[in-house]
Structure formats: structure tokens, C-alpha cells
Design a protein around this ligand. Structure first.
Ligand code: NAD
Length: 337
């Protein structure tokens, strides 16, 4: 297949080339959107990442240009209009699992860093400032962690948090036996918000989970928790969480994802005036830590993404059933797995 790869970074080219069987990859740095979609004309497939726009007008342009397959280099598919893809006869395939440890371990890195201020301490020590003011943390041991979404990533997070001696509780409409087997109780979302010192989000972004952390949820939080989001930005109403941080209702916030990240993340904007005032406000808080969607970014995960993407393209080309194909009718089932 001729495959146009959008939003290519050096590691995409390196790992896709290493995993390639026989496809002709055309690597483009450009993000896929309405203005770039025609660059895929003449390709059999496009290969896209999380901040590419795969909405109905883009899909129409892709289909007109001969594209038959959309290969996602991600598990999440909230950025794809599946109905439009189906109506143009385009197959959509994804990478449902790649090292859940990568994302789970980054979640823990954010928790430990923000709690103990290691990022601030590092900068201070480099400046010859050895004072401890502002670095006071708290023991994780004995605190309550609420895990929202206990699929592949949430389950690993649960087991690491248990290792710290935390009391872990969970919410998921489809409980996971492995998690119950760790002695972790499932509770209502309201109870989780009310009793957690740490709240960490590991559910997909769907109409049900959009702004799951909203003003009502924040006012139900009784322990000024640290909220961690390594899933999808729009799980959190950012304006509401800023109000929560200002009032002290939210104790701290760690983000690897942001609802408007598409205009920011994965690029060097260090010489640019950032126009997003909400994001800029977040950067001013001493108790907010942000990384730019890097939770997936381990060698193991990037290699698995490339290998599964190539296997998906092989299966589609050979006309086999591709287990990683997403259809509108399979969405409910995927969310239950
Ligand atoms: P998964 O499908 O294995 O697990 C998701 C879990 O969420 C399932 O158990 C499901 O039942 C549950 N869920 C569905 N609706 C829910 C709701 N309303 N409330 C609570 N839970 C709900 O997915 P995963 O592999 O564990 O990934 C979780 C999320 O992490 C993905 O959806 C993706 O958005 C995100 N992710 C982020 C990165 C990153 O680099 N930051 C990388 C990979 C995945």
C-alpha cells in the first residue's frame, strides 16, 4: 500500500521503517486537517496521530483522493468521525493496546513529582538554592486514590498505587475482575470524588465522559485532591478546574493532556506568543504540572504502535478480518472491553 503518514516525528519514521513489511510510506510533518488532506491523494491509506483532524470534510477529501484506510497510531479514536468513514467506505484501524505500563508509569511520575516538588527542587538546586519552602509533600501511604476507568492502563495504575500502601478505590461502569482481585472496591463516582486524596482518570473520552470533572464534581471533592489526567483533555472542564485551584477545592493538578492541546502539543512554540489564555493561566500555578502528551512515549510503546500499525495495514491489504478495525457498531463493545 502507499501510505501517507501525517504528523510524522523522527521516532515515527524510525520505528515505522523498522517495522515495515513492504508498504510505501510517505512521511509528512504536516498535521492532517482540511488544508492538508489533499496531500494524501493517490495513497491507499493515511496514518494519523491523536491531534490530526479526521472529521467528515477531511474524510470526504481523503475518499475523493482514493484513500481507503485510516490507520490510527493511537488507541483513542475520539478524533475520528466513524460514521463519515463508514459512509465513504473507509476502514478505520487503531492500536488498541501498547504498553499500558508506559502511560501508567508516567501517571505515577506526575504524582510523585507534583507531590514532592522534584521539578522545582531540581531547578532550585541548579541555582544554588537549597531551601525547602514550598516543597512540603505528603506520604502516599494510607491516603485514598480514586481510579476512574480500570481498563488496561487503570489496572496497572491500581497495582502500582497499592504498592505504595494507598487505599485504592475505583469507578468503572464495567468492573475488572483483576482489579476486584486486588481487593479494590468499586464505588460510585460521587463517593470517589468525595473520599479521594488523589483522583486519576483512565477512561476514554466519550459523550458520557466529556467534562467528567465539572463544577458539580469539583464541589463534591471533600479532600482537596490532586487530580491527574493522562487520558484525554476534555475529560476535564479546564475553566472549572482553574476555579477549583484558585479556591483550594482542588489541591493540585497534573496533566499530560489538555482539551485544546491540538494547537500546542508536539511542537516547539518557545518563540511564539501562546494565544490560549486558559492554558497560560494553568502554567502560573505552583501546584500544576503539565507534560505535553508524552505518557505513551517509551521505546516499547512506540515500537508496539509501529508494529501493530504495519500488521493492521497488512491485514486490510490482504482482505483479512482486522481485529483492530473500529466500526460505529463496535464502539459500544470496545468501550466495554
Ligand atoms: P481501556 O479501553 O483498556 O480502558 C478504558 C476503561 O474505561 C474501560 O474499563 C471502560 O469500561 C472504562 N470506561 C468507559 N466509560 C467509562 C466511564 N463513563 N467512566 C469510567 N470508566 C469508563 O483503555 P486504556 O488502554 O486503559 O486507555 C485509557 C485511556 O488512556 C484511553 O482512552 C486514552 O484516551 C488514554 N491514553 C492516553 C495516552 C497518553 O499518551 N497520554 C496513551 C494511551 C492511552
Amino acid at each position: 500500500m502507499i501510505v501517507t503518514v501525517f504528523s510524522t516525528k523522527s521516532w515515527d519514521e524510525q520505528f515505522l521503517t523498522a517495522a515495515n513489511t513492504h508498504h510505501a510510506f510517505r512521511f509528512l510533518e504536516a498535521k492532517l486537517d482540511a488544508t492538508t488532506a489533499a496531500l494524501a491523494n493517490g495513497s491507499d491509506a493515511v496514518c494519523v496521530f491523536v491531534n490530526d483532524d479526521v472529521d467528515a470534510p477531511v474524510i470526504e477529501t481523503l475518499a475523493t483522493g482514493g484513500v481507503r484506510t485510516i490507520a490510527l497510531r493511537s488507541a483513542g479514536f475520539n478524533h475520528v468521525d466513524l460514521a463519515a468513514a463508514a459512509s465513504h467506505g473507509l476502514a478505520v484501524v487503531r492500536v488498541p493496546a501498547y504498553s499500558p505500563h508506559a502511560v501508567a508509569e508516567h501517571t505515577i511520575a506526575l504524582l510523585l513529582t507534583l507531590n514532592r516538588g522534584t521539578h522545582r527542587a531540581h531547578n532550585r538546586v541548579r541555582e544554588g538554592n537549597f531551601r525547602l519552602d514550598g516543597l512540603l509533600g505528603w506520604d502516599l501511604e494510607g491516603k485514598t486514590a480514586g481510579v476512574v476507568g480500570t481498563g488496561k492502563i487503570g489496572q496497572v495504575v491500581c497495582s502500582i498505587l497499592k504498592g505504595f500502601g494507598m487505599d485504592v478505590i475505583a469507578f468503572d461502569p464495567f468492573p475488572n475482575d483483576q482489579v476486584t482481585g486486588m481487593g479494590i472496591p468499586y464505588v460510585s463516582l460521587e463517593a470517589l470524588f468525595a473520599t479521594s486524596d488523589v483522583i486519576t482518570l483512565h477512561c476514554p473520552l466519550t459523550p458520557d465522559t466529556f467534562h467528567l470533572v465539572n463544577p458539580d464534581a469539583i464541589s463534591a471533592m471533600a479532600r482537596a485532591p490532586m487530580i491527574i489526567n493522562t487520558s484525554r483533555g476534555a475529560l476535564i472542564d479546564t475553566v472549572a478546574v482553574i476555579e477549583g485551584l484558585k479556591s483550594g477545592q482542588v489541591g493540585a493538578l497534573a496533566l499530560d493532556v489538555y482539551e485544546e492541546e491540538g494547537d500546542l502539543f508536539f511542537e516547539d512554540l518557545s518563540n511564539t506568543v501562546i494565544q490560549d489564555d486558559v492554558f497560560s493561566r494553568l502554567l502560573t500555578f505552583p501546584n500544576v504540572l503539565i507534560t505535553g502528551h508524552q505518557a505513551f512515549f517509551t521505546r516499547e510503546a512506540v515500537r508496539q504502535i509501529a508494529e501493530t500499525t504495519v500488521a493492521n495495514l497488512d491485514a486490510i491489504e490482504e482482505g483479512h478480518d482486522c481485529e483492530n478495525q473500529i466500526t460505529t457498531s463496535a464502539v459500544g463493545e470496545i468501550e466495554r472491553r
